[in-house]
Design a protein around this ligand. Structure first.
Ligand code: ATP
Ligand code: MG
Length: 436
């Protein structure tokens, strides 16, 4: 036998029954985006490596160590499996002049790739859903995106997700803060870990983000970016706060919230839960007014967020918010292969009417005993069996048999008993089968 192959570490198969949860979540997301006026964008999973190096910044975790990059053997191009989708969306917006007639509200969903240590809530192929508002300077649209996320948690039935916000100001303000921050950290060099020492001069802001308990005291005492913001940045932040307050949205200002990517400015925010262990950030985003220019386009303001679909699904499960598995409306029991053509014809008509119906399929030997067919019908969760028996067919009828207690069938009491229905006119009775 050939050697057994398995999926790449940290990359998961999503199969039934769990895939139904994904579809359910995707439907909810699409529906909400439609109501907020955001439209779908789909960009390639592979992009030129330079897009991420320039877009995210060379000293970010992603570019330093998490990207799946490779050379195209045929033409030597340097390519990368997308680790996130904001850079790709901005590239696409520039490439297709999407902002020529004003701002665009877009959303995406799909797999992202990062070479991280796999653990609960952290995978190498994971899925993000993201919303981006391109061409709006805010802070109204920043507020809209945050409100949208809060509405999403409510529609999904989730609770206990907390919002943290901060402002990163503008690059010049960050530079002044950076000097003060480096001086502070250098003064406490003996208390810095290896990671912090490495980042001290490349990306000191990220040190504020450290989870190392031994460094909390140093970072808590560090100069705050907020204290270096000018009037305009503060005004942007305060207007965002006022809009959130007016919607009754609670938040915590976290001066240490800095976000991983270089491209952020002004508003940054994260939605966090304590219910998922250390991978508690379910959604994160902010404003990235510099990104268009950074990847070679005409400057344009933009803001967006991305949520981790695996983490949201985990939380939905944790809080018991996932719907029951969808069962077919009916299961077709076909005692003899001779009845197959008629059965298939009728089932197609029922499906055109919106009925979901599973056809019993046999092995090469035949259809199997009635007993085994009914066992399958029962296991399928279907509310009805349609029995294509020879006697019934001879009269132009099919037998319809309830498989569940009347109260779980949800059909009028007249049909909870087994009945014969005319093959020729399924439109007269097909609706009985359809779930509410
Ligand atoms: P973290 O600090 O957890 O590594 P991040 O700052 O790298 O997160 P973003 O790049 O902002 O994360 O991605 C947005 C969201 O995507 C995260 O809040 C998280 O929910 C999800 N996410 C990020 N990386 C992964 C991963 N490797 N596996 C699963 N979900 C992820
Ligand atoms: Mg990360």
């Amino acid at each position: 036998m050939a050697e057994k192959l398995s999926a790449v570490k940290g990359m998961n198969d999503i199969a039934p029954p769990v895939s139904a949860h994904w579809e359910w979540l995707e439907d909810r997301l699409r529906s909400l985006m439609q109501r907020y006026g955001y439209r779908n964008v789909r960009t390639p999973i592979v992009e030129p490596t330079a897009l991420f190096v320039r877009g995210l910044g060379e000293v970010t975790d992603i570019v330093e160590k998490e990207m799946y990059s490779f050379e195209d053997r045929l033409n030597g191009e340097q390519l990368t499996l997308r680790p996130e989708n904001t850079a790709g969306v901005v590239r696409a917006a520039l490439e297709h002049s999407m902002l020529y007639d004003g701002g665009k509200r877009l959303y995406y969903m799909g797999p992202m790739f990062r070479h991280e240590r796999p653990q609960r809530g952290r995978y190498r192929q994971f899925h993000q859903f993201g919303a981006e508002a391109l061409g709006f300077a805010g802070p109204d649209v920043d507020a809209e995106l945050i409100v949208l996320a809060c509405d999403l948690w409510a529609e999904l039935g989730l609770s206990g997700i907390e919002l943290e916000i901060n402002s990163l100001g503008q690059p010049a303000e960050r530079l002044a803060h950076r000097r003060a921050l480096i001086a502070h950290l250098e003064a406490h060099a003996d208390r810095l870990d290896e990671d912090a020492k490495r980042r001290l001069h490349s990306n000191p802001l990220r040190i504020l983000d450290t989870k190392n308990p031994a460094m909390q005291e140093v970072v808590n005492a560090a100069p705050r970016l907020m204290d270096h913001l000018g009037a305009e940045s503060l005004d942007h932040f305060n207007r965002l706060r006022a809009l959130l307050d007016a919607q009754g949205i609670a938040y915590r200002i976290n001066p240490r919230l800095v976000r991983g990517m270089d491209y952020y400015n002004l508003s940054v925010f994260e939605f966090v839960t304590t219910q998922l262990g250390s991978q508690g950030t379910v959604c994160a985003g902010g404003r990235y007014d510099g990104l268009f220019e950074q990847i070679g386009g005409k400057s344009a303001p933009a803001v967006g967020w991305a949520l981790g679909m695996e983490r949201i699904l985990e939380l939905l499960k944790e809080q018991g918010c996932l719907p029951e598995q969808p069962a077919p409306d009916a299961y077709a029991v076909v005692p003899d292969v001779a009845a197959l053509p008629q059965a298939m014809t009728l089932l197609r008509v029922l499906r055109q009417q919106g009925v979901s119906v599973l056809m019993h399929a046999g092995g090469a030997e035949g259809m199997g005993s009635m007993k085994s067919q009914f066992k399958k019908a029962d296991a399928s969760g279907a509310r009805f069996a349609l029995i294509f028996g020879a006697d019934e067919l001879a009269q132009g009828m099919v037998s319809l048999k309830p498989l569940r207690a009347p109260d779980t069938i949800g059909a009028p009491s007249t049909v909870v008993a087994q009945s014969l229905q005319p093959l020729a006119d399924p439109s007269a009775w097909g609706a009985i089968l359809r779930s509410a």
